[in-house]
Write a protein that binds this ligand. Structure first.
Ligand SMILES: Cc1cc2nc3c(=O)[nH]c(=O)nc-3n(C[C@H](O)[C@H](O)[C@H](O)COP(=O)(O)O)c2cc1C
Length: 409
């Protein structure tokens, strides 16, 4: 059990924080909610008390005998501030301590996550931009807001990321027990995720069990480390909505290849986490294939392009910048020719990428699960175990390795 302090600012998104509180209480953590005075205009203290099971105060002069502003900050393993209003971030940057939340922020030494939410103009104002940059310099993780519906009928950048996304990043900070480095700032990261669908006719396809969760976790974690992320996504099941990530939808391996090879030209890092079908039907029927009296017709298959190997070849040919880091994934099962890791090593040599993440699959492992484990192999022969953990934690460990090899700009 960890101690999670949830600070709530005075923004309309305060109501969504109720789901964030639930996320942490249901995981068994001790949650203390510290709203600002303004936050209580949006959600009442009774709601926060009932959801967290703990008393709620806003003032440093409440519970003076406990010296709450010192106790809460010191005790916390994680502080999540959501919604982080423009005003609250300005107060935090200035080191103000005029309410229980800002005072607690000055005494907290654990990882701190700010989740901004505000109108686009406020988010893009130079004052807010400077405050966010200062918070990040101080080691605070400031989530990139989503694009979407704001308070009224208007839409734009500044929408609070969904509670599940906040929970995932909060869990990541708890797992890492340290701040998330902002070390991919200004980098273009291209990620593929999900499974391809190879059409047979207008209603049927050949597919696979990929949920897209690992690729989405990589996109999510890269965005929170400052990268501009484009996610080329095939078929997925409930992988979340990573905030601040551009998503391009594809169906087939051929479409995926087209998008990846075009977009890789501008990328600093390319991560091929999609589960690409090796084969596709030679013919796609123009109308639904009928049962017929003579039983099913055979399906003839063609081999799909090897996208990962193709990207490496394009880099060698100069179509993709020489310094672009290419990361592959291998979902392997052991067999009579060798174990999972042996197959991974052979694949790395065959494909020629810089890093290869190897997962063991089968027996319910990796596909569709919330957790993962594996190894990350480098072209130089280094092998690092990726211990069992959430796919977000695995993503952040993979990005630790990626950030170490991305050339400095
Ligand atoms: C209806 C309403 C919605 C608001 N929503 C936001 C918001 O989403 N983000 C924001 O930065 N400020 C918002 N504000 C302004 C803040 O409430 C105001 O700046 C307040 O001083 C913030 O207090 P805090 O520092 O305790 O968060 C809103 C105000 C109102 C009246």
């Amino acid at each position: 059990m960890s101690h999670v302090l949830i600070g709530v600012g005075g923004g309309i998104a305060a109501y969504k924080v109720c789901s964030v509180i639930r996320h942490f209480t249901e995981a068994g953590h001790d949650v203390r909610v510290v709203p600002t005075r303004a936050a209580l205009n949006f959600v009442g203290a009774a709601t926060f008390e009932a959801l967290s099971g703990n008393p709620v105060s806003t003032e440093v002069f409440d519970d003076v005998d406990e010296v709450a502003h010192v106790a809460l900050g010191r005790k916390a393993d994680l502080v999540v501030v959501a919604p982080a209003t423009a005003d609250l971030m300005a107060r935090a940057v200035a080191g103000r301590a005029d309410d229980l939340l800002t005072a607690s922020l000055l005494t907290a030494t654990c990882p701190v996550l700010f989740v901004p939410a505000m109108h686009t103009e406020m988010w893009q104002h130079p004052a807010t931009t400077a405050n966010v940059a200062t918070l990040r310099e101080r080691g605070v993780t400031v989530m990139t807001p989503a694009n979407g519906r704001l308070t009224g009928a208007d839409t734009g950048a500044g929408r609070m990321p969904e509670p599940t996304e906040i929970g995932l990043i909060g869990d990541l900070l708890l797992d890492r027990a340290s701040a998330l480095p902002y070390d991919l700032a200004g980098r273009e990261v291209l990620v593929s995720a999900g499974g391809t669908r190879e059409a047979l006719d207008p209603v049927r396809y050949l597919g696979n069990h990929s949920s897209g969760k690992q690729g989405y976790a990589l996109a999510r974690a890269a965005a929170q480390r400052g990268a501009h992320v484009t996610l080329v996504a095939g078929a997925t099941s409930d992988p979340g909505e990573p905030a601040g990530v551009d998503i391009v939808d594809i169906d087939s391996a051929v479409e995926l290849e087209r998008e990846m090879s075009r977009r890789a030209r501008d990328a600093d890092v390319v991560i091929m986490a999609a589960a690409v079908a090796d084969f596709r039907p030679v013919d796609i029927a123009g109308s639904k294939i009928k049962k017929g009296a003579e039983g099913p017709a055979p399906i003839h298959l063609d081999t799909n392009p090897d996208i990962l190997a193709g990207l490496v070849q394009s880099r060698a040919a100069g179509d993709i910048p020489r310094q672009t880091v290419i990361v592959g994934f291998a979902a392997e099962t052991g067999d009579e020719d060798g174990g999972v890791l042996d197959h991974g090593r052979a694949k790395l040599r065959r494909k020629g990428c810089d890093l290869l993440v190897v997962n063991a699959v089968g027996d319910g492992k990796a596909f569709g699960t919330e957790d993962n484990a594996g190894w990350i192999l480098t072209a130089e022969g280094n092998e690092t175990a990726l211990p069992f953990g959430s796919k977000t934690l695995m993503a952040s460990r993979i990005l630790d390795e990626v950030a170490a090899v991305v050339p400095h700009s």
